[in-house]
Design a binder for this molecule. Structure first.
Ligand code: GLU
Length: 332
């Protein structure tokens, strides 16, 4: 879907979100427009995710000042899955600095599925990027600590600071994925062979699997995203969670690699950094303004929420968020 042909300045990215009434009305319109959408399939390679309710649907827009605009199941909790990846990367990027983080993890899109082994093998240095499984497991292995418990504590605490509240792990999802994640275990051991994993492989996968099982709502995700949109300041707590320079790098990687092998199509249509996860969560960031989070479990073939993408194509234009839309310049 491309932006409307009769583009008006109304849709051009401005310095702030539109007024509250307009946001509220657009969020409700997006919900009504797409609630009957029946496309997509539930992820079933993690058995617990196959039990999700396909009709669950929530949208939340949060701005950098702490206001939230919610509709539908925006308070429903689900496992964060891959939407955890940009936040763990943010913690690592903040700790190591952007140059060292890029050198150890890579920051280029792979163009291949999220759990691709080939993507890692294709590059001489064994890096990918922190938003696909190989790079994300490598990022988790860089979390400081002397064992899985230490690292897990720091990851949970770090992501909770982004959310502005204490996040809990869904033990059922964790156990379901831990029993079936041989592919991620394989990736971790191969990364170790490339010298691209920075702790014990089984420990790295265990912490990564817990991280993916953290429970969030669309509202939580929207505020986590609004923290990245606001130079690292959490809108509700006022805490500087990571530096503004870190946010800049995280958003850059999200723009190029956030939607798996569909990242180019996403940027072409939506024009914003985003990240999706296999439980149906999707997060889109509007730098300087805020974030939009959606939850709807049915996925397309690449693992991206079908309704989530429709909502964002609609809202990025209507809310004036697309970073690439400009008005024709006045000719002197
Ligand atoms: N925990 C999932 C996995 O590693 C996350 C995948 C995703 O959300 O893309 O397979």
């Amino acid at each position: 879907m491309s932006p409307s042909p009769n583009l008006t300045t109304r849709f051009v990215s401005t310095g702030s979100l539109p007024g509250s009434d307009e946001i509220r009305s657009l969020v409700e319109t997006a919900y009504e427009n797409f609630r009957e959408e029946a496309g997509g399939k539930l992820a079933d390679y993690i058995p617990a995710l196959a039990q999700a309710e396909p009709s669950a649907f929530g949208i939340c827009v949060a701005n950098t000042h702490g206001d939230a605009f919610m509709v539908g199941d925006a308070a429903q909790l689900f496992s964060i899955q891959s939407v955890s990846k940009p936040f763990v990367f943010a913690l690592i990027c903040d700790a190591l600095g952007p140059a060292e983080a890029a050198a150890r993890l890579g920051v280029d899109a792979t163009g291949l599925p999220f759990n691709s082994i080939m993507a890692m093998e294709l590059r001489a240095d064994g890096t990918s990027n922190p938003l696909v499984n190989a790079g994300a497991i490598a990022a988790t292995s860089l979390v400081p600590g002397t064992g899985a418990e230490d690292r897990w504590h720091l990851v949970r605490q770090g992501l909770s600071r982004f959310a502005g509240r204490e996040l809990e792990c869904d033990e059922r999802v964790y156990e379901s994925e831990a029993a079936t994640n041989q592919r991620n275990v394989g990736l971790a051991h191969l990364l170790r062979g490339h010298d691209r994993l920075y702790c014990d492989p089984d420990e790295a996968v265990d912490v990564y699997t817990r991280q993916c099982s953290l429970l969030v709502s669309s509202r939580d995700l929207a505020f986590m995203g609004a923290t990245l949109a606001g130079g690292g300041v959490q809108p509700l707590t006022g805490e500087q969670v990571v530096s503004a320079a870190t946010c800049q790098r995280v958003l850059a990687v999200m723009a190029t690699a956030g939607l798996y092998e569909r990242s180019g199509t996403w940027l072409y249509d939506v024009g914003l950094p985003g990240k999706s996860g296999v439980s149906g969560g999707m997060l889109t960031i509007a730098p300087g303004k805020g974030a939009v989070a959606t939850f709807s479990p049915p996925l397309d073939a690449a693992g991206n929420s079908v309704r989530g993408q429709l909502v964002m194509r609609f809202l990025s234009e209507r809310l004036g968020l697309n970073l690439f839309i400009s008005a024709p310049a006045a000719h002197q």
